[in-house]
Design a protein. Structure first.
Ligand SMILES: *Cc1c(COP(=O)(O)O)cnc(C)c1O
Length: 456
């Protein structure tokens, strides 16, 4: 049955509402005001007993929901490391929702399977990863870290004669795991999830930028082992010393995993080769398309340079799953089974931007970070990091001043950035990863700081 006129109006209404929302991004406060938050109470209804009007539900979502969104889609949201969405990626996502494809198996969606092959080849090419790198879409870097470390665990323990998939970890040989002091919380959690332990790790001290100290890599660890690097420290944007870590791993036949949630995209910008040297020599990588590539959530990517081991870890077989011989079955590459076709918006973004467009967004965001660092220094802040990427880490004279000024800029609704702790003291993280951010957004944000500082 084709959809009826009412359903057709509903979809057009949704598109109109979404377009109005996007058109108004620049005029919205970056955080919702008190009235918008109070209006969220209108969602607190009892479970409906009977069907209602879908158009009214959509209207409620827009009228009470839109005002209570954080304007992370817009150009003055510098919180966490977030990223916006290119219009073409949003549009492709709409189409993907209408298609409602299950990207689990080629037989369920030939178009999802073909685009997966194309876009994953493009991604490996764009980032200069080894030919044959396995690329899989997951919800985010948290899952990409988990999938990669699961594979790492299985491959390294197989070297010691242990089959984890068959036998689990009870009685398994020791597997040393090396991480940096500043490893991302999702990486540490992934180590817990895959049974290697959050605390049973060797933590390497970091330098003043949060980089692993190459001179402190443990010499007394033999293989098998797993070592984790970071491309893009969340406060400073710093990159770990990959050449030294690659050598350390190769000497032991260990597995080197890189958490590159946002930093991996720097591989698309040749002017940053001094940061990324050695990075492509790792065994696996995690990245987020929903961060710097600017596609809608949730879109993470796990890469491994060992497709056979990777597949052996996750391969799922059941009588009703008939293995295809030519095309890749996505069910065999991550713990997920059914899934949405995350490749569609990624494909649309990459095809529209090309190599140059992706390099350009990386460059532009880094330039904005530089400009902000200059401006905030002129306002009396201390910039704590070498601004090598899209992150600026800064603070004012005292923790109290840092926290108060950050809170007042956030509350002004003019711009948003997150607080953090650095060297035991309060600091502010300014992260540029949205395609929409302009010079004017940086100026307006600096003006918001100037205003709050003057009001003190
Ligand atoms: C964002 C981030 C993650 C987690 O990614 P999600 O997309 O939130 O799952 C992991 N590591 C680093 C360095 C990040 O910046």
């Amino acid at each position: 049955m084709a959809i009826d006129a009412e359903a057709d109006r509903l979809l057009a209404d949704a598109a109109d509402r979404a377009r109005r929302y996007l058109a108004g991004l620049d005029d919205r406060a970056v955080v919702p005001d008190r009235a918008a938050l109070s209006a969220l109470a209108s969602f607190d209804e009892p479970l409906p007993e009977s069907p209602g009007d879908p158009a009214a539900t959509l209207a409620l979502l827009d009228e009470a929901g839109s005002p209570a969104t954080v304007t992370s889609a817009g150009g003055r949201y510098f919180g966490f490391v977030t990223g916006g969405s290119w219009p073409v990626a949003v549009a492709a996502n709409w189409l993907a929702a209408a298609w409602d494809q299950n990207a689990a198996l080629p037989v369920m969606s030939p178009v999802a399977a073909r685009l997966h092959e194309v876009v994953t080849r493009w991604l490996a090419d764009l980032l200069g990863l080894p030919a044959g790198t396995a690329v899989v879409f997951v919800t985010g870097s948290a899952m990409a870290n988990t999938a990669a470390l699961t594979t790492a665990r299985d491959q390294q323990l197989a070297r010691a004669g242990w089959d984890v998939q068959a036998n689990g970890l009870f009685g398994a040989p020791e597997l040393p795991v090396v991480i940096g002091e500043n490893a991302h919380t999702t990486l540490v959690r992934a180590l817990g999830v895959v049974g290697l332990g959050r605390e049973r790790v060797i933590r390497i001290p970091v330098d003043d930028q949060g980089r692993i100290r190459a001179d402190r890599l443990p010499k007394d660890v033999a293989g098998p082992a797993v070592i984790c690097a970071q491309a893009g420290e969340v406060n400073t944007g710093a990159f770990d010393p990959f050449p030294a870590m690659v050598s350390w791993a190769r000497e032991r036949d260990a597995w080197l995993h890189v958490d590159g949630a946002f930093g991996l995209w720097a591989l698309a910008d040749p002017s940053r080769a001094h940061l990324t040297a050695g990075l492509a020599g790792a065994d696996s990588w995690a990245a987020d398309a929903h961060k710097w590539l600017n596609v809608p959530y949730d879109s993470g990517v796990a890469f491994t340079a060992h497709p056979e081991t990777h597949r052996a870890t996750f391969a799922a077989r059941a009588a009703y799953l008939t293995a295809s011989t030519h095309t890749r079955d996505n069910v065999d590459w991550v713990p997920e089974h059914s899934r949405r076709a995350r490749g569609f918006p990624v494909y649309a973004a990459i095809r529209s931007l090309g190599r140059d467009g992706i390099r350009d967004i990386v460059e532009r965001c880094c330039d904005h970070a530089q400009a902000f660092a200059v401006g905030i220094r002129e306002l009396g802040a201390e910039v704590l990091n070498d601004v090598v990427l899209n992150q600026v880490l800064f603070r004012f004279a005292t923790d109290d001043e840092t926290n108060t000024i950050l809170a007042s800029v956030q509350q002004s609704g003019e711009a948003f950035m997150s607080g953090t702790t650095w060297d035991g003291r309060a600091a502010i993280r300014f992260s540029v990863s949205n395609w929409q951010t302009t010079d004017d957004d940086v100026r307006r944000t600096l003006a918001a700081y100037a205003g709050q500082l003057a009001a003190r």
